[in-house]
Write a protein that binds this ligand. Structure first.
Ligand code: FE2
Length: 447
């Protein structure tokens, strides 16, 4: 062994160590969030890294080869069938390699409690690419090295060092952002390119044996370009997914905030009236239950919930003495109460992003027979959402405690709703409310 060959082999070996370290850092950076020890992860890395998997696969692939030799008695013609045997080994090694990669990545993902195991598999396969590339260098070098081979080998290893650093710096950095979030896309799409890539390299490791120095250089340059393109493509994909996730997160935050603000407003309205604690939230819930029972789509059900929350917001404009008056209201006082749908409508009309919200407030005291207020409209002229809230509102009034009475028994409430079908209530919506009551065997739905 001459000095040139020694240096190039040392460099190759350094590259393998470098890859294992990067692999460990990648797993740590992307997936080690919990209490799992770093030492444990290091051991897992050493035993399950793609290099070990690669070598194990190559040796394991010898077993079916030997089996074929013995079973078919081909050992006598071993030199003639070496072509066939190398093909068997290539295919078997590739299959074993892929199976072990998937198995180890799943097990490591399970151990690290990673929610998205496909991303762990992706990291395994990405490093698999570099290990198989570097092993190819190993298997080709003869112990006697000439100067051109030495230069080629140094250039080869240098490019591999740079490529793996690129992989770590760009792809793993972007991936670590993704692994901490709920994925917006199916991460399994990541697995296809590295899987194909690994299989290609495994086969190259064997076929290259017969290539001349010049053709090996061409194959090498070509595969280097592909490797860099591959890293770049994944960097861009992962970056985009991270950006999409950020957008989804921001949207969800805004939505949560709006719901919380609406619920806080509902509590504010209810706090004004000492007899109807929690009324708005309950009406919102019952309205949504009716809407769901009617088979309306999810978005409409959600909107009805919000309308229910804010249906009584106009009570803000009604004096406290009237709202909280324990004795019977005079006609004048009752007229003041009747202004709350209009006031509510005016307030909610200001919310331009949800123009529908005002509907519930404006028409929830209308009756199906047209004898309600403020406008006295009847039947289908009353928006469906308001007809639903009207039923929910009356149901809650009967099933809540008052200063002068306990909440009413379920049968009384049921009978009252049934009695008012077609007069006070839309008969169809009242039927759905009765279905909900009948399903509520233990009478849970009350204040
Ligand atoms: Fe009301």
């Amino acid at each position: 062994m001459n000095i040139l060959s020694l240096v190039s082999n040392i460099l190759d070996f350094a590259f393998l160590i470098w890859c294992i370290v990067l692999f460990y850092l990648s797993l740590k950076k992307c997936f080690l969030n919990g209490k799992k020890g770093k030492v444990g992860l290091l051991l897992v890395t050493l035993f399950t890294n793609p290099l070990v998997v690669y070598i194990v696969s190559l040796y394991a692939a010898l077993i079916p080869m030997i089996a074929v030799l013995i079973v078919f008695g081909l050992d006598k013609y071993v030199y003639n069938v070496s072509e066939l045997l190398s093909i068997i080994q290539i295919i078997t090694a590739g299959v074993i390699y892929m199976l072990l990669t998937f198995l180890f990545s799943r097990l490591v993902g399970k151990w690290l409690k990673v929610p998205n195991r496909s991303l762990v598999t992706f990291v395994y396969l990405m490093f698999g690419v570099f290990f198989s590339v570097s092993i190819r260098g190993y298997s080709n070098e003869t112990l006697e090295s000439s100067l051109p081979t030495f230069i080629f080998s140094i250039a080869n290893t240098t490019v591999l060092f740079i490529a793996s650093w690129f992989l770590y710096h760009f792809v793993i950095k972007a991936l670590s952002g993704l692994t901490n979030q709920k994925r917006a896309v199916n991460a399994k799409i990541f697995l296809i390119p590295p899987a194909i890539f690994n299989l290609t390299y495994i086969s190259l490791a064997f076929t290259n044996l017969k290539l001349s120095f010049e053709s090996r250089t061409i194959v090498y340059i070509f595969s280097t370009i592909i490797t860099f393109l591959f890293i770049w493509a994944f960097y861009v994909i992962i970056k985009n997914i991270n950006a999409t996730n950020e957008e989804i997160k921001a949207k969800n935050q805004i939505k949560t905030l709006s719901v919380e603000v609406m619920e806080a407003l509902a509590h504010t309205i209810d706090a004004k009236d000492k007899y109807t604690n929690g009324h708005s939230v309950r009406v919102a819930k019952y309205s949504r239950m009716i809407a769901e029972k009617m088979g309306l789509d999810a978005e409409t059900c959600e909107n009805i919930y919000y309308m229910g929350l804010l249906h009584d917001i106009g009570k803000i404009g009604v004096p406290n003495e009237i709202i909280n008056k324990p004795s019977r209201l005079t006609d004048e006082e009752y007229d003041v109460i009747k202004t709350h749908p209009g006031i509510g409508f005016d307030i909610l009309s200001q919310i331009n992003s949800r123009p529908d919200l005002a509907k519930g407030a404006r028409w929830h005291h209308e009756r199906y027979d047209g004898k309600g207020y403020p406008e006295g409209i009847a039947g289908e002229k009353i928006p469906m959402e308001a007809r639903i809230i009207a039923v929910a509102d009356s149901y809650d009034a009967m099933t809540s405690n008052r200063s002068y009475r306990h909440y009413l028994p379920q049968e009384t409430v049921r009978a009252e709703i049934e009695k008012n079908e077609g007069t006070q209530f839309d008969p169809e919506i009242a039927k759905y409310m009765i279905m909900i009551i009948d399903e509520d065997k233990d009478y849970i739905l009350h204040e």
